[in-house]
Design a protein around this ligand. Structure first.
Ligand code: NZQ
Ligand code: ZN
Length: 380
């Protein structure tokens, strides 16, 4: 086992109608709220109106920033921070999935400073102060609601990068599975795949830690059992609840206890697909993961076989395990090759260049340029 520090300050509010305590929670920080949300799903499903009515009734002074994109953009972060600064907001309320919560984390540390938000990502600036962030999650996938990480794209620089600091944890996160009932089938599947991929990244990290491996396997099993059931019955509250809980546990630090690092090479490669072709995050992972496992089968074969054998309950070789995992992703309706997405053009060179530019690498399985080329060939 590797030495580790466990730290997670997020207060998680989980369950049906849990938002009844949103008002008093926000009041702890003040009266002026910056509400951040995406491109319109919360307006369509009525969640925005419910939240706004409640906030107005309780006397909050609310300004808002909407239009955060999936695969969020740094320009939106800077623009939202300017609004928050102008209104001297006391608290940020993020209403959405990972893209909205990630953006809000960076907005929270950008409001108190004068420099561009990207300075946090390129290491020019450290986060020293943050406007408190409260999150309401509407999509189960990333775990952003209970971790400090934020992933944002900068197309001018050709980068999709991550930032995190102890200041970028949400103070509170509200998770009512009812709010996820309207997530369409494709994004529901991508969320299930993403949470499984987070477990894989931990599994292939550095550090032998049997108890944490058991946590990881339990989370994947939950997703493999209830994910397909949910996709067959999108309105089922209990399935939504199970997947929401699993997604939060998959990236809140727990799967990293006893490891010095996860691998994260697949995430890093997947971000290049999102950057170039706006591939949804979860879909980028179902494309890259089978290829990555095939490519590193020689080095990580035992670990892959152990994963497959444990998950599928029968002795499997590494190769058989990869085939079964790939078939599972397919059964969710996720792409497992870039060609499944029918994006016109020749992608080999742009992808290779993006991987070189982003210095794609894993914590455990190190990658060089020859690995990039081989990986791309395996998932095109
Ligand atoms: O923008 P709106 O209209 O709200 O629609 C969104 C969006 O189109 C929609 N949606 C969200 N909640 C809904 C809903 N539609 C109907 N009903 C609801 N209740 O779903 C679409 C996807 O939303 P998004 O927030 O982009 O998805 P997700 O939660 O998967 O977040 C993806 C982003 O998170 C990053 C990814 O890289 C990507 O940029 N990640 C963040 C991580 C973290 N903070 O720890 C880790 C992850 O590995 C990941 O990298
Ligand atoms: Zn992910």
């Amino acid at each position: 086992m590797e030495n580790f520090i466990a730290y997670n300050p997020v207060t998680l509010h989980f369950g049906k109608n849990i938002l009844s305590t949103l008002g008093p929670t926000l009041k702890e920080y003040g009266n002026r709220v910056l509400l951040v949300y995406g491109k319109g799903s919360v307006r369509k499903n009525g969640v925005y109106d419910r939240i706004m009515d409640g906030l107005k009734m309780q006397g909050f002074d609310v300004c808002e920033y909407s239009g955060i994109q999936s695969n969020p953009l740094i320009e939106d972060v800077d623009a939202a921070a300017a609004i928050g600064r102008e209104h001297q907001v006391d608290v940020i309320l993020a209403l959405g999935g990972g893209s909205v919560i990630d953006s809000s984390k960076i907005i929270s540390v950008t409001i108190p400073v004068e420099h561009p938000a990207w300075d946090f990502f390129n290491g020019k600036a450290k986060a020293v102060k943050a406007v408190p962030l409260v999150a309401i999650l509407t999509l189960a996938a990333t775990g952003s609601e209970m971790n400090p990480f934020a992933v944002v794209s900068n197309h001018a620089l050709g980068q999709k990068s991550a930032f995190g600091s102890p200041l970028t944890f949400p103070r509170h996160s509200f998770l009512d599975p009812q709010l996820t009932l309207t997530v369409p089938r494709n994004y529901t599947a991508y969320g299930i795949a993403d949470l499984i991929a987070h477990c894989f990244e931990a599994w292939f990290g550095i550090g032998e830690t049997t108890l944490t491996d058991r946590f990881v396997i339990s989370i994947i099993r939950e997703a493999m059992e209830y994910g397909p059931k949910l996709l067959g019955d999108l309105q089922n509250y209990e399935y939504r609840e199970k997947i929401m809980f699993a997604a939060t546990m998959a990236l809140n630090g727990m799967t990293m206890y006893g490891r010095s690092t996860g691998d994260w090479g697949v995430h890093s490669a997947g971000h290049c697909l999102s950057l170039l072709y706006d591939v949804p995050h979860g879909a980028s992972l179902t494309i890259v993961y089978p290829a990555w496992m095939r490519h590193f089968q020689n080095k990580a074969g035992d670990r892959i076989a152990q994963l497959g054998t444990t998950l599928f309950g029968e002795p499997l070789t590494a190769g058989e395990s990869i085939n079964r995992i790939e078939a599972f992703f397919k059964s969710l309706g996720c792409p497992t090759r870039l060609s499944d997405l029918n994006i016109p053009g020749d992608h080999r060179q742009p992808l290779f260049d993006a991987m070189v530019h982003s210095k794609v690498n894993g914590g455990s399985m190190k990658m060089k340029e020859e690995d990039y080329a081989a990986l791309i060939d395996l998932y095109l």
